[in-house]
Design a protein around this ligand. Structure first.
Ligand code: DGL
Length: 273
């Protein structure tokens, strides 16, 4: 039986990563945690995110995962910088004192590497407040290619808007336009630096003639070389967990994933921020 791929997000955004993973690796088992008790992550402090991510990774490790994916840019921005909370070294190898041996991936590094190799002269990034404050995209892209101009824009209204299905189209367009107005006209591509944002990619394209980039696509290319245990005769099981609002996760999963999945409520209390 395949060991699972485990992933997590603050809420329903990581489902955009899960959906692409399922399409690419259909015979894997998946465990997804939506920390809906503590959404949004983007307005929290670095210290709070470190505690939350540490607790979630410890919990996911109990499933004996093949790999853990932080399907959350906010967690990736904060945890990557401290070498994944002391669990990994800079080469993504386990630290000798750590019992967590499986690889852990974030959303930012593989995308930054791909952008750095592109012909873009100027790109923009939309992301949560915490991701923008960390300058993670700018630092990571310019580490590989200092010639690319990276404009970073915090979009704190987008996650609450996406999580709440009661917004009308004109209310949604008004909020999206606010951030489009802050985006330079000469930018060549917009990086969707929050896993919630691919859910509004079509709304963005209907309002502006702007190419959008989903960092999940770069991550999938990297994972293609790493995911080994892909027994084509194995059937795939998808288990979704939420720390609160389980009905919300079920509703969104039905819309975005379709298909069969199980849902359960879980309590994570150590980092109750
Ligand atoms: N979807 C997450 C991200 O990619 C978290 C957003 C939030 O909870 O603020 O950053």
């Amino acid at each position: 039986m395949n060991t699972p791929i485990c992933l997590f997000d603050s809420g329903i955004g990581g489902l955009t990563v899960l959906k692409k993973l399922i399409n690419k690796f259909p015979n894997q088992n998946y465990i997804y945690l939506a920390d809906l008790a503590r959404v949004p992550f983007g307005d929290k402090t670095k210290e709070e995110i470190k505690l939350i991510v540490g607790e979630i990774i410890e919990w996911l490790t109990k499933f004996g995962p093949e790999t853990i994916i932080m399907a959350c840019n906010t967690s990736s921005a904060i945890s990557n910088r401290i070498e994944l909370l002391g669990l990994r070294n800079e080469q993504n190898q386990p630290n000798p004192q750590s019992s967590i041996l499986n690889p852990i991936y974030g959303m930012i590094e593989s995308c930054a590497k791909e952008i750095a190799k592109s012909n873009y002269k100027k790109v923009s990034v939309w992301a949560t407040k915490l991701v923008i404050e960390s300058n993670s995209y700018k630092k990571s892209i310019q580490k590989y290619n200092p010639n690319i101009i990276v404009e970073e824009i915090a979009c704190p209204k987008l996650v609450p808007m996406i999580e709440d299905l009661s917004f009308t189209i004109s209310e949604r367009n008004k909020i999206i336009s606010e951030y489009l107005n802050q985006t330079s006209k000469d930018t060549e591509a917009l990086i969707l630096g929050c896993t919630h944002y691919p859910l509004i990619a079509e709304d963005i394209s209907s309002l502006a003639n702007l190419k959008t980039i989903d960092p999940t696509d770069s991550l999938l290319k990297e994972l293609e070389q790493k995911i080994t245990n892909n027994d084509s005769s194995a059937s795939s099981e998808i288990s979704l967990y939420a720390t609160a609002q389980i009905e919300k996760l079920e509703r969104f999963a039905k819309i975005y994933l379709g298909g069969d999945f199980q849902t359960s409520l879980v309590t994570l209390s150590k980092a109750s921020v």
